[in-house]
Write a protein that binds this ligand. Structure first.
Ligand code: PEP
Ligand code: MG
Length: 567
């Protein structure tokens, strides 16, 4: 049995499909026979072209014209005489290996295009990076994740799966995920929970231990993986699977029940969404509104940025389908573990602390203005609220508000219809904002506590790093104190405060959060009923006393134990 981090509950029993991932950077090596190295390069190039031809044919056969066009551009790049000459010169003159020479030559063009003022040229950098991933596997012998290898039902086993990988996979065939890296609040784990697919992350060396077609059992709630188990074990897990399914079905009775505490206090129970299917689930599971719409998914897995019109249609759809219920749409939050190749972010040593989210939007005015225009135009279709991610100072918030005001005014001047009041709020996910919650509460219209990032920044624990995931804890007293501060100041100033991080969907914490004064929870659609069930058990006054006592404990372990034992 292999043990990892429980990322998404449930049992999956199925055949393994092992995906190995493209290498990011090539190691520099000295070669003695440059002719042989150049031949090796051309062989890899031909193999990559043949692979691309096959993918292009497949894309046409599947009516995926856009994909085919992108792949054709990639193939053309592989034939570019200047690029090929640069690689050959690099091998001949510097006596370096082909992978390194290719990366260096592409790097030259990537830099050139990235430095251009022209957005079209800037966007082409993503194509060049993709090209590298076609040739490299044939040089290094490592396979990259092929977007089309999944032909039947399977359990995916991979070193890592990024949000854009998961968005490309035919998820109807995937029974579960096992990855070597990632933490419980990595976006892949969040997506797995949302899809209700069992997942275990942080299983060291699992891609080396498992072969394609091995029979696997995932227990996502326990964080365990079994390889080629005995038939009796399979039967035991099938029983557990049936019991879990029955439990889930029983919960569905709560769909239309109001989210109300035992003593009659109404709690707002909202949904987090990103992909369109999550909106369908939010509606199916009876959410009171959308507390977080992660718009970055609209920008992933494509070669160009979505236009204002495309974005407008997407936002309009969510607002219309929610029929007047509140919808919080977050402006673009890329960076960290969410990459948008069309923007072509340069690699950084600390991406979670880097050029991302609101920082990028404030620096790239066109990108931000396009999104804000689409949002304001869509605002006539429902109860829209706009939320800015990763705010860390009041100046940043003011700059964002200023641009939003200008966009609003410009649209009015153009004679466009926009909603009469669109509240502007922020994610509270950086400790500086929680510490200044009293100041922010006087300026913003609402707070939404993003505990996924707030925990990692408060405790200095990378939410993606499986080696330190034991240090990443929602029970940590420092985290709870910050949350209390934010709720208290919001209530004092009379602004709304919600929580949209994964903590809000953890049923072990519902009573505590209500005791801390939280009245609005935004959770993955799949957690709506579980949390509602907990809300219905809570009595507000005792919950407050309970929260006070919890805050008297000094360690995460003490708090966890206190919560588990004090019913
Ligand atoms: C958070 O940080 O808590 C959050 C909800 O945002 P994301 O998970 O998209 O970073
Ligand atoms: Mg965040």
């Amino acid at each position: 049995m292999y043990t990892g981090i429980p990322a998404s509950p449930g049992i999956a029993i199925g055949k393994a499909l092992v995906l190995t991932k493209k290498k990011v950077a090539s190691e520099k090596k000295t070669v003695t026979d440059v002719t042989a190295e150049k031949n090796r390069f051309h062989q890899a190039l031909n193999a990559a072209k043949a692979k691309l031809d096959q993918l292009i044919g497949q894309a046409y056969a599947e009516q995926q014209k856009e994909t085919a066009a992108i792949l054709e551009t990639h193939r053309l790049i592989l034939e570019d005489p200047d690029l090929l000459a640069k690689v050959e010169t690099e091998i001949t003159e510097k006596k370096v290996n082909a992978e390194f020479a290719l990366e260096k030559a592409l790097g030259f063009y990537i830099e050139l295009l990235a430095g251009s003022d022209n957005a079209y040229f800037q966007e082409r950098t993503a194509d060049l990076k993709d090209v590298l991933s076609y040739v490299n596997p044939f040089l290094t012998g490592e396979e990259e994740i092929d977007p089309f290898p999944i032909k039947g039902k399977c359990i995916l086993v991979a070193p890592e799966l990024t949000p854009s990988d998961t968005a490309r996979l035919p998820l109807n065939l995937v029974q579960g995920f096992i990855t070597e890296s990632g933490g419980p609040t990595s976006h892949t784990a969040i997506i797995a929970r949302s899809l209700e697919l069992p997942a275990v992350v942080g299983v060291a060396r699992i891609t080396a231990e498992v072969k394609n077609d091995d029979l696997l059992i995932i227990d996502g709630g326990e964080g365990t993986v079994l390889v080629n188990p005995a038939p009796e074990t399979v039967e035991t897990y099938r029983k557990k699977e049936r019991a879990l399914r029955a439990e889930r079905e029983a919960l569905s009775a709560l769909k239309n029940a109001p989210a109300r505490t035992k003593d009659g206090k109404t709690i707002n129970l909202l949904a987090n969404i990103g992909e369109p299917w999550e909106l369908t689930k939010a509606l199916e599971y009876g959410a009171d509104g959308i507390g977080l719409y992660r718009t970055e998914y609209l920008f992933m897995n494509r070669d160009t940025l979505p236009t204002e019109e495309e974005q407008f249609e997407a936002y309009k759809e969510v607002l219309t389908k929610m029929e007047g219920k509140p919808v919080v749409i977050r402006t673009l939050d890329i960076g960290g573990d969410k990459n948008v190749p069309a923007i072509g972010l340069a690699p950084e040593s600390n991406p979670f602390l880097g050029y991302r989210a609101i920082r990028l939007c404030l620096a790239d005015r066109n990108l931000f203005v396009t999104q804000l225009r689409a949002l304001y135009r869509a605002s006539v279709y429902g109860q829209l609220r706009i939320m800015f991610p990763l705010i860390s100072s009041i100046e940043e918030y003011r700059s964002a508000v200023k641009i939003a005001g200008e966009v609003r005014l410009a649209l009015i001047k153009e004679g466009r219809q926009i909603g009469c009041h669109v509240p502007l709020g922020i994610m509270v996910e950086v400790p500086s904002v929680a510490l200044l919650a009293d100041v922010f509460a006087k300026e913003v219209d609402f707070f939404s506590i993003g505990t996924n990032d707030l925990i990692q920044y408060t405790l200095a624990v990378d939410r993606m790093n499986e080696r330190i995931s034991h240090l990443y804890s929602p029970f940590h007293p420092a985290v709870l104190r910050l949350i209390k501060m934010v709720i208290d100041h919001a209530r004092r100033e009379g602004i709304e405060v919600s929580m949209c991080g994964e903590m809000a969907g953890d049923p072990r914490l519902t009573r505590l959060l209500i005791g801390l004064g939280l009245q609005s929870f935004s959770v993955s659609p799949s957690s709506l009923w579980t949390v509602k069930k907990e809300i219905m058990k809570v009595k507000t006054k005792p919950a407050k006393t309970f929260a006070r006592k919890v805050l008297l404990q000094s360690t995460a372990a003490e708090i966890k134990e206190y919560i588990e034992t004090k019913a």
